[in-house]
Design a protein around this ligand. Structure first.
Ligand SMILES: *Cc1c(COP(=O)(O)O)cnc(C)c1O
Length: 365
């Protein structure tokens, strides 16, 4: 289907598949890989990338919310889907109906899910969430975890925690606290098919923390932040647009709201149909650039909701309809996701996750 818009997000499924293969090779056959595709697959489109991940050995697809899980379920009746976040008690019947694996965060939450499952004549598959210091979700109380594990309406398949990545010592403290609780629970009759704590960064930096399942998000999409490990993943997402119009303006004339940018010289200013409502960071003003014919063309003036302007004076061949690269892989003078994160003062995950649904996703192999 044609995209019907000049501004598109390109997602290279070949790269996603190869990144998955590299992650699986790195962790080995005894560690299950559960790619995290919350936030619409980190902006890549969860439904669009899910089959590639399953074909490349994903044990589960993890999302943050019930709504994200339902979107995947509607597209794929049989994929195993894991909900990392809290699903409030009043929505738990949808967890059972959707056959989702739910994170349970404390006894009351687990009991509510157990009751819903029993009322439907079934069991809900869950992973217990232990709070080892992050203080986001879960309980740190071993006795409470044991009570949760014994609920009759639950199939307790796993236990997990999440690292704050505050320091090496803190990471080990968190990991050891989880292991200690697992020892206690196993000594009291619990068995867990899956035990996990590692995200993209820690699965590389701490091989011990891989336990028997890892939860990479950023790494699947080719974004690395290891401090020690190295994995040669490839950025899978690109974003591009086309020039709508070019204005020749005189030195001293302003561009965009409040004329916050004024031309120092006679200039050629190109308008492109991408704005902050597409997820392009508004604070890229005076920092960002798009790439036209291999030339970095700085954004000028206030970035608008649906459009922004770039200075193409130094790219004389630029003309209306020409491609302008918003995010590339860094080659050919394009802005990579890591560079965009730096310029916008945020992290790489936010740059891609904030790309909204408006620009169509175009999948390439
Ligand atoms: C988002 C998330 C991940 C993946 O994080 P990355 O840093 O992108 O690898 C893993 N686990 C949990 C609980 C998460 O919320």
């Amino acid at each position: 289907m044609e995209a019907l818009r000049d501004t598109i997000v390109t997602v290279d499924l070949g790269r996603i598949g190869r990144n998955m293969d590299k992650i699986r090779n790195m962790v080995g056959p005894d560690v299950a890989v559960m790619p995290v595709i919350k936030a619409n697959g980190y902006g890549c489109g969860a439904v669009g990338i899910a089959p590639t991940l399953m074909e490349h050995g994903a044990a589960y697809l993890a999302v943050a919310t019930l709504t994200e899980a339902i979107e995947l379920r509607n597209a794929y009746p049989d994929y195993p889907v894991f909900i990392l976040g809290h699903t409030p008690a009043r929505f738990l019947e949808h967890v059972v109906d959707g056959r989702f694996t739910q994170t349970v965060i404390d006894y009351d939450h687990a009991k509510a899910l157990s009751d819903v499952a029993l009322a439907k004549g079934t069991k809900a598959t869950v992973h217990l969430k232990m709070d080892t210091g992050f203080h986001r979700l879960g309980t740190s109380d071993k006795e409470e975890l044991l009570k949760m594990a014994k609920l009759p309406g639950l199939n307790v398949e796993g236990i997990f925690s999440h690292l704050a990545l505050a320091s090496e010592q803190d990471d080990w403290d968190q990991y050891n606290m989880l292991c200690d609780a697992i020892d206690y629970l196993e000594a009291n009759g619990c068995t867990f098919k899956y035990k996990h704590i590692a995200d993209s960064i820690s699965l590389g930096d701490y091989p011990e923390f891989r336990m028997n399942m890892v939860r990479p998000g950023a790494l699947v999409f080719g974004l690395t932040s290891f401090s020690r490990a190295h994995l040669d993943v490839e950025q899978c997402m690109g974003m591009q647009t086309r020039i709508s119009q070019i204005h020749e303006i005189k030195a001293g004339e302003g561009v965009s709201y409040d004329y916050l940018w004024k031309a120092q010289r006679d200039s050629r200013i190109a308008t492109v149909p991408v704005g902050y409502a597409d997820g392009y960071p508004r604070n890229m003003r005076d920092k960002g650039y798009l790439t036209v014919h291999g030339v970095k063309c700085p954004t000028v003036g206030v970035l608008c909701m649906d459009q922004l302007m770039i200075d193409v004076t130094d790219c004389p061949e630029a003309k209306e309809g020409d491609a302008a690269i918003i995010y590339g892989d860094g080659s050919g003078n394009t802005m990579s996701i890591p560079e965009a994160a730096k310029l916008a003062g945020t992290n790489k995950n936010e740059i891609i996750a904030r790309i909204l649904s408006r620009p169509p996703r175009v999948y390439v192999k």
